[in-house]
Ligand binder design. Sequence first.
Ligand SMILES: NC(=O)c1ccc[n+]([C@@H]2O[C@H](COP(=O)([O-])OP(=O)(O)OC[C@H]3O[C@@H](n4cnc5c(N)ncnc54)[C@H](OP(=O)(O)O)[C@@H]3O)[C@@H](O)[C@H]2O)c1
Length: 231
Amino acid sequence: MSSENTLLITGANRGIGLEYVRQYAESGWRVIACCRDPESASVLNQLANKFSCIEICKLDVADFDQIEMLGRKLIDQPIHLLINNAGVYPESSFRSIDYARWMDAFKVNTMSSLKLAEVFIPHLVKAGNAKFVAMTSKMGSIEDNSSGGEYLYRTSKTALNMVMKSLSVDLTKYGVAVAALHPGWVKTDMGGPNGLIDSETSVAGLRKVIALLSLNNSGKFYAYDGKEIPW
Ligand SMILES: NC(=O)c1ccc[n+]([C@@H]2O[C@H](COP(=O)([O-])OP(=O)(O)OC[C@H]3O[C@@H](n4cnc5c(N)ncnc54)[C@H](OP(=O)(O)O)[C@@H]3O)[C@@H](O)[C@H]2O)c1
C-alpha cells in the first residue's frame, strides 16, 4: 500500500488501539484516531505531536449521532482501512447478570460496527480496495467456549462476529473486504497483567493479517498470528 493510505480507528487512546495508531503512523499512514475524550488522551496527543499524519477526532461509538456527524465531517476523505477497535468487558456470571450493562455492551461491542459500516461506506468506496475490520475476541467463538460464564462479553462478540460475516457478503459489491480479528490475550487494561503478549506483538501480527485481507478471503475470523478461529 502507498504512503497515502488512510486509517480510521476507534478507541485509539489506549491499549491495542493506541498501538495500532503508533505502528500505522510510523509506517507513513495518515491516521484518523478516534477516542471518547481527546483532551484527556495524553499519550495519543503526544503521538500526534510527534507524527503530523495523526488527526485526533472525538467519537463515542455508542453514540450513533456522533458517528453520523463524524461521517459528515470526513465526507470527502477516502478511508482505506477502518478498524473498529473500541470495546468493553463487563464481567458477568450466572445469577449476577446486570441486564442494563448487557444492553450497553451490545451497543459498543456489536451495534457500533454495523453503524460505522453504514455511515462510512462512501469513504471506503472512495478509497477503492478498502478494508473494514473489527476487533472481536476468541471469547465470542461458540465452538471454543469450554469455560462458560462471561455472558455479556461473549454474546456481544459472538453477535459482532455475525455482523462482520453478513457485512462481508453485503460489502462485496462495494469492493470492501471484511474481517473479524482476535488480538490474542494482550497485556492491556482489559487483558490485565497476565496477558500472554504485549500490544506491540499483537498489532504487528494483526497488521500482517490485515495486509493479506482481500475480497478473496473476506468474511473470516482470524487471530493475530494469522490462524483462522472457528466461529
Ligand atoms: N486485551 C485483550 O486481551 C483482548 C482480547 C480479545 C479481544 N480484545 C478486544 O480488543 C479491543 C481493544 O482491547 P484493549 O485490550 O485495548 O482494551 P482496553 O485497554 O480496555 O481499551 C479499550 C478501548 O476502547 C475504548 N472504548 C470503550 N468504550 C468506548 C466507546 N463507547 N466509544 C469509544 N471508545 C470506547 C476505550 O476508551 P476509553 O479510554 O474512553 O474508555 C479504550 O480506548 C477490544 O474490542 C477488546 O474487546 C482484547
